[in-house]
Design a protein around this ligand. Structure first.
Ligand SMILES: [Zn+2]
Ligand SMILES: [Zn+2]
Length: 358
């Protein structure tokens, strides 16, 4: 038996298909037989060398499959359906102990599909069994693979705005939040906002694409704003403030795009004391600017995030298992096509999420 892997051997070049022996579980870890591996925009950045990743590594960090090899005595057994939390740390510091491996105190990054071999392969070595999250029967495996990256990022973004929104909601029934970007993350975001934020909070979605906005409406947003190329800043800001209702401003906003234009608009739409959550990775090489004195006078808050924690992934899995969250449209592709599909993703030609089916 062999495992097929697609290896990144040179930045910007097609992957190399390699065949190796199926690995065995390392001490304290497991081997997962990959069923689905999602293709993500950050894969495009890795593939082109914009994100540091060692060459000769297998990409693919959105992984779901079944346990193939594991030491006896673990909570999981061979055959169990699992999603892989891909951002391992040292596994020993107090942050890693509680599942905050992304903030490992020793700054060890055992990131599968980015620093170590990931899911564009029949089998994946998981260094620590604690990184495995059981997939309930009610969650489809092609959905499960998306949760540790795009799902978790959107979930964490809504969690970041939650305390601010809850605080406003104690004082006014007229709260609105703005979600910029109605792509894959934005659609998760609209649904999580509807599930997690206090009842009655208006969720407003903005995007440059009318088709995406229609999907955001289906996902449950209360208002959809077209921020097309011909819409100037003043018009976009005025329309957003109007859509926010009585307060005339958003109490919090998530920027899933994060380019200077969206950054500047959000700062003008936020209510005093509002929370600005920076998420998107599209502003490669760009920077935003804030007028410093108004920022302080308006008591604006700003935060950023990258994915989320392992405990959050478990909470997210439980939420999705309730059947209230609709996954984005998912297309399946053979392993051999992964490079070509990533090129399509880079060119903006992929609707919803594309996953490799092993
Ligand atoms: Zn990802
Ligand atoms: Zn650690």
């Amino acid at each position: 038996m062999a495992r097929r892997s697609m290896r990144l051997v040179e930045y910007g070049k097609p992957f190399q298909l390699t065949k190796e022996e199926v690995p065995t579980a390392p001490k304290g870890g497991a081997v997962v037989k990959t069923e689905y591996a999602g293709m993500c925009h950050s894969d495009v950045l890795i593939m082109d060398g914009d994100f540091p990743m060692p060459l000769n590594t297998v990409m693919g960090h959105e992984i779901a499959g079944t346990v193939h090899d594991i030491e006896p005595g673990e909570d999981l057994k061979v055959g169990d359906r699992v999603a892989v939390y891909w951002q391992g740390g040292c596994g020993e510091c107090s942050r890693c102990e509680v599942g905050e491996t992304i903030a490992c105190l020793k700054d060890i990054k055992r990131h599968l599909g980015a620093m170590e071999d990931g899911g564009f392969s029949d089998y994946v070595i998981v260094p620590d069994t604690r990184l495995l999250v059981k997939v309930p029967d009610t969650v489809a495996m092609d959905t499960a693979c998306l949760l540790p990256c795009s799902g978790l990022t959107a979930y964490n973004a809504v969690c970041k705005m939650l305390p601010t929104v809850q605080d406003f909601a104690k004082h006014t029934a007229d709260c609105a939040v703005l979600l910029v970007g109605a792509g894959g993350l934005g659609l998760w975001g609209v649904q999580f906002a509807k599930q997690l934020l206090p009842a009655g909070v208006r969720v407003i979605s903005a995007d440059v694409d009318n088709v995406k906005l229609a999907t955001a409406r289906e996902a449950g947003c209360d208002e959809a704003l077209l921020w097309g190329k011909d819409v100037d800043d003043d018009t976009a800001v005025a329309a957003a403030k109007k859509a926010c209702g009585g307060l005339g401003a958003a109490v919090a906003a998530i920027d899933f795009v994060n380019v200077p234009e969206t950054f500047g608009r959000i700062e003008k739409i936020l209510a005093p004391g509002g929370m600005h959550v920076l998420v998107g990775l599209l502003g490669v090489g760009a920077s935003g600017s804030v007028p410093l004195m108004p920022y302080v006078l308006n008591r604006h808050q700003m935060t950023s995030l990258l994915m989320g924690s392992l405990p959050q992934l478990k909470d997210l899995m439980a939420l999705v298992a309730q059947g209230k969250i609709k996954p984005p449209p998912i297309s399946h592709h053979p392993l051999e096509n992964v490079y070509d599909v990533l090129q399509d993703l880079k060119a903006g030609k992929v609707e919803g999420r594309a996953v490799v089916k092993l």
